[in-house]
Write a protein of this length. Structure first.
Length: 452
């Protein structure tokens, strides 16, 4: 059986006192005089032993205290092994096991927190946690970007202080007061409007309530839905106009106009013109469908830029002269050849030139430029026409999108030329863009990789 370290010094003192008392009781006075020095030495030795024993206990307790302080400050490294074979050793072992378990738990929680923070931080969806007091407990970087908030400025603030979307705040408040997940949609942004699907789910744990808010970007989805609606409406309208004309004049002929020698030829010519327009519209739709399905076949070969430009301008000059327009060419010297499909690139350039002729008033001019820019050649068609409003620049390359619909239809346009041109340029590994202002003309650019 182990004797507690706290009792050892006491037992030693008691033993010495008992020895002194026994010696005093049985020894003669002369003997006492002889053994008193021995007893004094024993008592001194006991005192020294008691001092060092107490000092050892104090040092071991101090070591345990320092170990506990290190653990409290986050240092969970193990303490030095205590070999006292007593209660302090048992206490040190128990404290070491507790600190080791606590350190393991904290490391696990820290890893989970870092993993969750990394996941939430890398999400493109905006995520925020709101307390029952309507304060933002946590939000990721995407949430602040979506709502155009300064980075790191939202956590700890109330919803009213941070958010300017009343619909969003109302949705969070409903989630805080209810038990079901709520969904909605908000539109944010000033210059560039963006649509977001919002999910607000209530969270209740350990008597505290809150809500998790998730914002998912659906801007592209809404844009595609708008494009689809516009496409269906435009196709219906584009087909309806010539079909109505064909049907009307055919019924007129069948109703007796076949015998009208003065008008029947004109009626047939009108029917032919609208049938030609239908055929051209159908061809453009089929071509656009093949391109978007990835079935556009390109015969890539080196093409001389000068030959490509001159081939497009041969017919353009005749139309320009009839309209009272000037056509200029600005060709960089020694411009390298491009690698592409001559027929397809010619269609792109021809479409841009035809649009410039169509929207430039009499007396204006059109200029076609070609210049090398690194490992590509940039073609530019500049006109002095009516220009394009800034609000239309982003949609100018969409299917059936027209700045001046009536003028485009009058010239026989289908509204698909720029959409086809964009896909052809993309298929060649180039890019196409426009610069324009109302009343100042337009500059259409497209690039094609050069051979050298």
């Amino acid at each position: 059986m182990r004797v507690s370290l706290f009792w050892r010094p006491v037992l030693i003192c008691l033993a010495l006192v008992a020895a002194i008392l026994a010696a005093a009781e049985w020894a003669s006075p002369g003997t006492l005089l002889k053994i008193w020095p021995v007893l004094a030495i024993l008592l001194l030795a006991a005192g020294i032993a008691l001092f060092f024993s107490s000092r050892s206990v104090t040092l071991r307790i101090r070591g345990l205290k320092e170990f506990a302080d290190r653990a409290a400050s986050g240092d969970f490294s193990p303490a030095e092994r205590d070999h006292g074979h007593d209660e302090l050793e048992d206490l040190a072992d128990a404290l070491g096991r507790a600190v080791d378990g606590l350190g393991q738990t904290i490391r696990t929680l820290t890893d989970e927190r870092n993993r969750s923070s990394a996941i939430l931080g890398s999400m493109v969806e905006g995520v925020a946690v709101v307390t029952g007091e309507e304060r933002i407990l946590y939000c990721n970087w995407a949430f602040e970007q979506i709502l155009e908030l300064p980075e790191g400025s939202s956590q700890g603030r109330t919803l009213v202080e941070s958010l300017r979307q009343a619909d969003l705040i109302a949705l969070v408040r409903q989630a805080l007061s209810g038990v079901e997940e709520l969904t909605g949609e908000v539109e944010v942004g000033t210059v560039r409007r963006r649509n977001f699907s919002v999910t607000a789910a209530p969270v209740r744990a350990a008597g505290a309530n809150g809500a998790v808010l998730v914002l998912h970007d659906i801007t592209e989805l809404r844009r595609l839905e708008r494009v689809r609606r516009d496409f269906v409406a435009n196709v219906s309208h584009e087909f309806k106009t010539p079909l109505t004309a064909i049907q009307g004049f055919a019924e007129t002929l069948l109703s007796g106009a076949l015998d009208d020698t003065a008008n029947r030829k004109r009626f047939v010519e009108i029917i032919r013109e609208h049938a030609w327009r239908l055929a051209r519209l159908t061809d453009d739709l089929l071509k656009l469908s093949r391109i978007e399905a990835g079935r556009l076949e390109l015969e890539l070969r080196p093409i001389r830029v000068e030959a490509l430009v001159n081939g497009c301008l041969e017919t353009a000059r005749l139309n320009a002269q009839a309209r009272g327009l000037r056509v200029l060419v600005d060709m960089q010297e020694n411009v390298p050849a491009v690698r592409g499909d001559g027929a397809q690139l010619g269609e792109v350039l021809q479409n841009l030139v035809d649009n410039a002729l169509q929207y430039t008033p009499s007396g204006g001019q059109i200029e076609v430029k070609a210049r090398a820019n690194g490992r590509e050649v940039i073609f530019t068609v500049t006109d002095t026409g009516i220009g394009i409003p800034e609000s239309d620049l982003e949609r100018i390359f969409e299917r059936f999108y027209r700045v001046d619909a009536a003028r485009s239809r009058e010239a026989g346009g289908t509204g698909l030329g720029l959409a086809i041109a964009r896909h052809i340029v993309d298929a060649h590994g180039g890019r196409i863009w426009v610069e324009s202002a109302v009343g100042q003309g337009s500059r259409f650019h497209f690039s094609v990789p050069s051979v050298s």
